[in-house]
Design a protein around this ligand. Structure first.
Ligand code: SF4
Length: 453
């Protein structure tokens, strides 16, 4: 960059001085050409390759792409940014086939951003339940309210990249997708699929979790995205990453980029994208308390807004411990079907005797419940183990594996009333519902559904 800036300066000074120094103008033009070449060399491909990327991709997409996804707005006359925003948030970290039924239900219940903004959180949570990464649902609700405020003030959705990036949960790639597909303006995307295609096509060796590599990838994505039809290009890139240039089995022989794909030329397709080796995920072990009243109804707690499963409904949990390292997880998996694990069982301590960190991550509600159970001598010793045949249930979250052991506690009427009062006095949202009703009416995280099943 410094070199090219110096060259520009040199050329301009020389052109100004030209009448004085009387040098051939062709000399300056060749200097400018050299600058163009230097600017270009930040990319590993020739100008022809770079310029033909979009036409090749679009021709492939026209023939082979998916054109029937319900959120595709790139070719409609009146694109709806709400649809693109909603689908883009749902598609983060989640596959198209998983998203389809959720998207349909959302559009059915909340056809406009105003409907979504006006909905109760519980209704949204119930619609989102099972899709995972629940912070997205929270952001969606918050974002809908922000969008309605913008529309009320300006009469329309945000019309700029910065305007969209100001909406909760919208990053640069989502904003680029909305600009290009939802508003038919210029927009660039560089999500996980695009990064995979580009690191392979250009054999980019940098770790994609590092900001220098991110910058390099964005620069390349911007260079390749055509000014016209950037929405169509974005759609095609997504399809390419999802259907051809897949994580483990790229279909290079069908790929429109195979002639100049550097990873393919080296037979190293799956070496890209380069990512620093992850540490094995730590594991946490918890008891999930199925506290039942005499009517067979189970106690459900709404989790605090912040943290895991924020705002969703869960059984009261009792964290036992957190351990890290493959060996511990392997041992836990091995023990999975052997014997139920109770809170006071030394088995867990043996599993992780080398690496264990005790946890005290109770929510307020769980603290109240655990203290109340202790006080009434209804600790783990007195619970029935009949539900423990398949325990523990393994549930993987972004940062750790969670082994959940369901435990049943049966309460009489007096006890159920007492614990209800204790929780209500602390302003905890609770519900007593049997398993079917809970699944039908509450927003339950997937792990809870696994326990009920
Ligand atoms: S040739 Fe293979 S690795 Fe390269 S972009 Fe195409 S599908 Fe991906």
């Amino acid at each position: 960059m410094i070199l090219t800036t110096k060259l520009t300066y040199c050329c301009l000074v020389s052109i100004v001085l030209h009448p004085i120094n009387n040098l051939n103008p062709k000399f300056y033009i060749s200097l400018l050409n050299l600058q163009g070449i230097l600017l270009h060399t930040q990319f590993s491909h020739s100008l022809t390759s770079l310029d033909s990327f979009a036409p090749r991709l679009l021709a492939w997409f026209a023939e082979n792409g998916r054109h029937d996804l319900p959120w595709q707005q790139h070719q409609t006359d009146t694109p709806n940014p709400y649809i693109v925003w909603l689908s883009e948030v749902m598609l983060q970290q989640t596959q198209v086939t998983t998203v389809l039924p959720y998207f349909a239900r959302f559009m059915d219940s909340f056809p406009t951003v105003q409907d979504l903004a006006a909905a109760e959180w519980d209704t949204i949570a119930e619609h989102w339940a099972g899709l995972g990464y629940y912070a997205r649902a929270r952001n969606l609700h918050k974002g809908a309210k922000q969008l309605v405020a913008v529309i009320d003030e300006s009469g329309d959705f945000p019309q700029t990249l910065a305007g969209w990036e100001a909406i909760s949960g919208v990053g640069p790639s989502t904003a680029g997708a909305i600009m290009s597909m939802g508003l038919h303006r210029y927009g660039v995307i560089c999500d996980g699929n695009v990064k995979r295609v580009l690191t392979r096509w250009a054999a980019i060796d940098g770790d994609i979790t590092k900001s220098a590599t991110t910058k390099e990838l964005w620069a390349l994505a911007e260079r390749l995205t055509p000014r016209e039809q950037s929405g169509l290009f974005a759609q095609a890139m997504m399809d390419m990453g999802a259907t051809l240039c897949t994580r483990s089995k790229p279909a290079c022989l069908l790929c429109p980029l195979q002639d100049d794909c550097l990873a393919h030329a080296q037979g190293r397709e799956t070496d890209y994208p380069v990512k620093a080796k992850k540490q094995p995920k730590p594991s946490k072990f918890s008891n999930a308390l199925l506290i039942e009243n005499e009517n067979g109804e189970i106690l459900w707690l709404q989790r605090p807004d912040n943290g895991i499963w924020g705002g969703l409904w869960s059984l009261p949990l009792a964290f036992i411990e957190k351990i890290s390292g493959k060996a511990a997880v392997k041992d836990a998996d091995k023990n999975k079907n052997k014997k139920p694990i109770a809170a006071n069982d030394n088995q867990l301590l043996e599993i992780a005797s080398n690496e264990k960190i005790y946890e005290s991550e109770f929510t307020t509600a769980e603290q109240i419940i655990n203290e109340w159970l202790d006080k009434n001598q209804l600790s783990a010793k007195s619970v029935s183990n009949t539900l423990l045949d398949d325990a523990p249930i393994k549930h993987s979250l972004t940062h750790f594996h969670w082994y959940l052991t369901p435990q049943s506690v049966i309460l009489n009427d007096k006890q159920a009333t007492e614990i209800t009062k204790a929780l209500q006095a602390a302003e905890i949202n609770i519900n007593w519902l049997n398993a079917d009703d809970a699944q039908a009416t509450l927003g339950l995280p997937r792990a809870m559904v696994k326990i009920l099943e």
